[in-house]
Design a protein around this ligand. Structure first.
Ligand code: CUA
Length: 346
């Protein structure tokens, strides 16, 4: 009978599994980091001042963590491979004092001080006198009510899309009409909760024009994952023109009158507002200029007549938990007519 041995090193088969796992981990890290760094919804592809600071903080913390990890690996290699003899009690005491107390305390204090030093610049407010526009956002089940307020100008009501001018500080006031949601445009800045009965504030300054993606970042029910919105940073002149156009009823109001008649007949106006018509509801998204939005259903589908008709007929299955009733009783022609009229509201 062969004596039993305690195995200290993996045999070749086990080593290859370990090596394969290591290679796989490296591949996953190597391939997923660049992929997650890019794109329209990435905190690591900043297009705003606040997002740049968040990204810098992330990279400083990551580099700090990686250095400490490498140091610990080196120390354990040293202890397990090269310095295998006993250590004097005095040396062990020194090691605990320096590596176990002094080092973590000073590193954590340095990283904490850096993060605290960044914080005031992440939260500048209109009271400081540098924001000339306020955007009110109210979270609902599962959509966003949006009101743009510029000093001395009438407000503009919209929904499920955020637009802001590049190079201008915008203050957001955030609240909710039902449960807790969270407003997050990773490319532009950090997230802030929308809490019923309370108004939270967030300030963003976009530095790069483009179309980004915002997402509700707090679980709020069945369609939480479908509660998104496009966030569009525009050149200041384009933004002003866009906002000004929304101060009047849509030019497409009188085109496709058949759809408009069905929309009003079906009492869609009890929940939705269409500026310039009798539709004046506030419990659903404002549809005054819905035709010019990039998406419908709060970032759910591309804004096309087919998708609009589908949403009207099957709201509950397209977006589970949506408060809008499904209009299955409407014929396909009627659905198309409403969708064509809405799409024309640019
Ligand atoms: Cu709203 Cu999650």
């Amino acid at each position: 009978m062969r004596p039993q041995t305690i195995q200290l090193r993996p045999e070749s088969g086990q080593r290859s599994v370990a090596m394969r796992f290591g290679k796989c981990a490296l591949f996953v890290i190597g391939s997923s980091v660049p992929a997650s760094c890019a794109g329209v919804q990435s905190a690591l592809a900043p297009a705003g001042m606040e997002a740049e600071q968040v990204a810098t903080l992330f990279w400083v913390m990551t580099a700090g963590g990686a250095l400490i990890w490498a140091l610990v690996v080196l120390l354990s290699l040293y202890a397990s491979r090269w310095k295998r003899g006993p250590v004097s009690e005095q040396a062990a005491g020194r090691l605990i004092l320096w590596a176990g107390v002094a080092f973590p305390v000073s590193v954590l204090a340095a990283l904490l001080s850096y993060a605290l030093w960044l914080m005031p610049s992440l939260r500048p407010f209109a009271d400081d006198g540098d924001a000339s526009m306020r955007v009110e956002v109210v979270g609902g089940q599962f959509w966003w009510h949006v009101v743009y307020r510029r000093e001395g100008q009438p407000p503009v009501v919209s929904a499920n899309e955020i637009r802001l001018p590049v190079g201008e500080r915008v203050e957001f006031s955030l609240t909710s009409r039902d449960m807790i949601h969270s407003f997050w445009i990773p490319s532009l800045g950090g997230k802030t909760d929308l809490i019923p009965g309370r108004t939270n504030r967030l300030s963003l300054l976009a530095t790069k024009a483009g179309t980004y993606r915002g997402q509700c970042a707090e679980f709020c029910g069945t369609s939480h994952a479908l509660m998104a919105f496009p966030a569009i940073a525009m050149e200041p002149d384009d933004f002003d023109a866009w906002l000004e156009a929304r101060r009047s009823p849509s030019a497409g109001l009188d085109a496709g009158r058949e759809g408009r008649a069905i929309f009003l007949r079906e009492d869609c106006g009890d929940c939705h507002r269409v500026y310039g018509t009798a539709a004046n509801g506030t419990s659903g998204p404002d549809l005054s200029h819905v035709g010019s939005r990039l998406t419908i259903g709060a970032g759910l589908m591309e804004n096309e007549t087919g998708a609009l008709a589908r949403f009207i007929a099957h709201s509950g299955s397209v977006k589970a938990g949506s408060l809008m009733p499904a209009y299955l009783r409407l014929s396909e022609d009627e659905l198309d007519a409403i969708a064509i009229w809405l799409k024309g509201l640019e």
